[in-house]
Ligand binder design. Structure first.
Ligand SMILES: CC(C)(COP(=O)(O)OP(=O)(O)OC[C@H]1O[C@@H](n2cnc3c(N)ncnc32)[C@H](O)[C@@H]1OP(=O)(O)O)[C@@H](O)C(=O)NCCC(=O)NCCS
Length: 166
């Protein structure tokens, strides 16, 4: 398996991977592939990595900037991460998340947020913190953060505009 930055020719495949991964997820909006395109088009796709297995692109992860209390800072959000169903459960999602976090660190990121499953993200160091949930656009116990450096920001978290009004 190999993880690398997306290239222009990956864009369609990334959309297909994302659609396939989220197709049967009860929490999915069905707009996850569009979201990646909007992020890309508006300069919000800070990190976009793909995973290849035997030369086939089977996974994708992206990270975009967030604001806290209306301020830009070294803060990012992991979303979305996708592995095509037939390749799930083989460590590809984990490898994408670990590689993405390393990229964030290299960029000087201080905190990464995620809205995700409470059983999955803590293994990468994400933690749920009550005050964050209160300040997330929707109060949500699955909103977690990973502090990479410095102090965690506190305050209202706003996603990149590509996510639309939350
Ligand atoms: C989440 C996802 C990217 C993980 O990729 P993966 O390659 O299957 O993950 P890994 O093989 O590295 O890890 C598998 C582990 O993740 C767990 N897992 C996968 N999806 C999960 C979910 N939605 N909630 C909780 N745990 C989940 C599996 O149960 C497994 O746990 P185990 O290691 O204790 O057995 C992949 O399942 C996927 O694309 N899911 C659909 C889209 C999605 O839900 N994205 C995340 C939105 S927050």
């Amino acid at each position: 398996m190999r993880i690398r930055d997306e290239r222009p020719e990956d864009e369609e495949t990334i959309g297909q991977i994302t659609t396939a991964a989220f197709a049967n997820m009860p929490f999915a909006d069905g707009d996850e592939a569009d979201l990646i395109e909007k992020l890309r088009a508006t300069g919000g796709l800070t990190i976009s990595l793909v995973a290849e297995s035997d030369g086939k692109t089977v996974g994708h992860i992206s990270f975009s900037p967030v604001r806290v209390n209306g301020r830009d800072g070294p803060w990012y959000q992991l979303a979305p991460v996708s592995v095509v169903p037939e390749f799930q459960g083989r460590g590809i999602g984990s490898a994408l998340i670990v590689a993405g976090i390393e990229r964030l660190k290299a960029l000087g990121a201080e905190t990464c947020m995620v809205l995700g499953h409470e059983d999955y993200y803590p293994r990468f160091g994400f933690e749920n913190v009550g005050e964050l949930s209160d300040n997330y656009p929707h109060r949500n116990p699955n909103f977690m953060r990973l502090v990479l450096k410095g102090e965690a920001p506190t305050g209202k978290v706003t996603y990149h505009p590509a996510f639309g009004e939350m």
